[in-house]
Unconditional design. Structure first.
Length: 374
């Protein structure tokens, strides 16, 4: 009988489909893109290569990479209609909300279903321009047009700040993008795949994904990590601050993960990147807060495997790269457009409407509607 089984609240361990894009092995702390361990990806890859890899399963050869870069470059400029929509948004909107609204407005000239890799490139290339343009206007600054000779992540920083970025910082942000490009059946990717399964277009599906990324249980955690570090203020204050926060029932942002029973491999790599680019006192503060948080969580919840997740050191890295806090979750979204594209293509390639069920626990059938009020 439909809807009569025990609910799987949160869909833990529910397998909805086969996927070849990324493997998340929560018990072993593995994240693998199309067979490449994430440590291997973050060591050597370019973001553009990962955009291609996630969708096609192989690395692009030099000619394909060049064509991909040209295709991205040709999609960075905005249409006059989209510029007008951007100009009409109130600058008080949080940048993630602005990005979601502007991506929605991209839909007017986007083709429908099934999605194509070119639709994905429009999303990957368009989002940084939309975000940078909105942020600059909110700062009272003129837009900075993209430069075709700059790589994807450098271009974002260029369009945002109007300066060619320092290579060390640009590479740190690119490595962040590589680490965040995909992550199995996470909440925003599921939302995207549900939308694609209804045969909606990629832009609509990306709006669903962006909406799902917003909450602190998913993409909305890292700016809260920065706020927490500010509030702790000194390594000596880490232990009492954490004890007090937990005593008040507060969740510690940057810790815990649905999939991982061991440390999130992205946290390990981001810690190394943070050590390389962050101001030493900020990094020392982060280490002290992490140590105090892990010790306190182990003591309070010995049976729950709670470790540092991707967002903790992501915050430290994004601060060091010079991004303001309100751009942390949007930066996550820019990186994840690579994975969203791949998942949209995969979903459409053997599509079946994703339509789960709920167990009905409301009143029994048979209630009578009262006579209409005269
Ligand atoms: N701080 C304190 N306690 C925690 C934390 C935390 N960060 N995370 C989990 N717990 C505790 C819960 O209170 C719960 O305890 P209980 O069983 O005694 O009630 C237990 O651990 C299990 O928690 P759930 O909420 O059931 O775990 P779930 O898998 O649903 O949550 C989540 C995962 C949402 C990430 C959670 O760990 C959390 O809220 N973390 C803080 C926010 C955060 O860092 N978000 C970013 C996640 S990474 C990403 O999505 C990109």
């Amino acid at each position: 009988m439909p809807g009569s089984g025990s609910p799987s609240k949160g869909l833990d361990d529910v397998v909805i489909d086969d996927s070849s894009i990324s493997l998340v092995e929560g018990d072993r702390g593995w994240l693998v893109y199309r067979g490449f361990d994430i440590a291997e990806v973050v060591r050597a890859a370019r973001f553009e290569e990962v955009v291609y890899l996630l969708s096609f399963g192989e690395l692009p050869g030099a000619p394909s990479l060049r064509r991909l870069e040209e295709a991205l470059a040709s999609r960075r400029a905005l249409s006059p209609e989209l510029e007008r929509v951007e100009a009409s948004l109130p600058v008080t909107l949080p940048p993630l909300d602005a990005l979601r609204t502007l991506v929605s407005a991209m839909g007017s000239d986007a083709p429908g279903y099934p999605p194509t890799f070119e639709d994905g490139l429009s999303l990957v290339a368009g989002c940084p321009t939309l975000l940078a343009r909105f942020v600059r206007r909110s700062r009272g600054l003129a837009p900075v047009p993209p430069r075709s000779e700059l790589r994807h992540v450098e271009n974002f920083l260029w369009m945002l700040n109007g300066e060619v970025p320092d290579p060390r910082r640009a590479r740190a942000l690119e490595r962040y993008f590589l680490l965040l490009a995909d992550h199995g059946m996470n909440a925003s990717t599921l939302a995207l795949r549900v939308a694609i399964s209804t045969q909606a277009d990629l832009v609509s599906a990306a709006v669903a994904a962006l909406a799902t990324l917003k909450g602190p249980a998913h993409g909305g955690a890292p700016f809260r990590v920065s706020d927490m570090l500010d509030s702790v203020a000194s390594p000596q204050n880490a232990r009492p601050w954490i004890a007090d926060a937990l005593a008040r029932g507060q969740r510690l942002y940057g810790f815990g993960h649905r999939a991982y029973r061991v440390e999130d491999p992205r946290a390990v790599l981001l810690r190394e990147i943070a050590q390389d680019v962050a101001d030493p006192p900020r990094f020392a503060l982060a280490l002290a807060v992490e140590g105090a948080a892990l010790a306190a969580l182990r003591e309070r919840k010995p049976h729950v495997p709670l470790y540092t997740n991707v967002e903790f050191y992501a915050a430290v890295v994004l601060e060091a790269v010079g991004l303001p806090r309100e751009l942390f979750t949007p930066a996550f979204a820019l990186a994840r457009t690579a994975g969203w594209t791949a998942h949209a293509l995969e979903q459409a390639s053997s599509n079946r409407l994703i339509r789960p069920d709920v167990r009905y626990v409301g009143p029994e059938r048979g209630r009578r509607w009262p006579e209409p009020v005269p």
